[in-house]
Design a protein. Structure first.
Length: 88
């Protein structure tokens, strides 16, 4: 032949008007941003609580008159904290 080959035309589901094309172009960045956000951004409600690790604070001791108190060590100045997050 003349160096040409038969090809079938590409099918398009439907033809878009100019306003529809512009609307799709403006909505795409928002949809892409929404898709790229992490899972934690979709959590509706959450609650955080910081809890200290280690021994609890020493409370008062009820002792008899001649009884010696039980010695306890002071808590560390900078204790470790654990942050617990509850969400739903």
């Amino acid at each position: 032949m003349i160096g040409k080959s038969p090809k079938s035309p590409s099918s398009v589901p439907h033809a878009l008007t100019e306003t529809q094309v512009n609307r799709c172009a403006s909505d795409c960045p928002e949809l892409r941003h929404r898709l790229n956000r992490g899972y934690l951004d979709r959590v509706l409600a959450s609650d955080e609580k910081a809890m200290l690790c280690g021994n609890g604070e020493a409370g008062k001791q009820w002792l008899k008159r001649n009884e010696l108190e039980i010695l306890t060590s002071k808590p560390e100045l900078h204790r470790r904290k654990v942050c617990c997050v509850f969400g739903g």
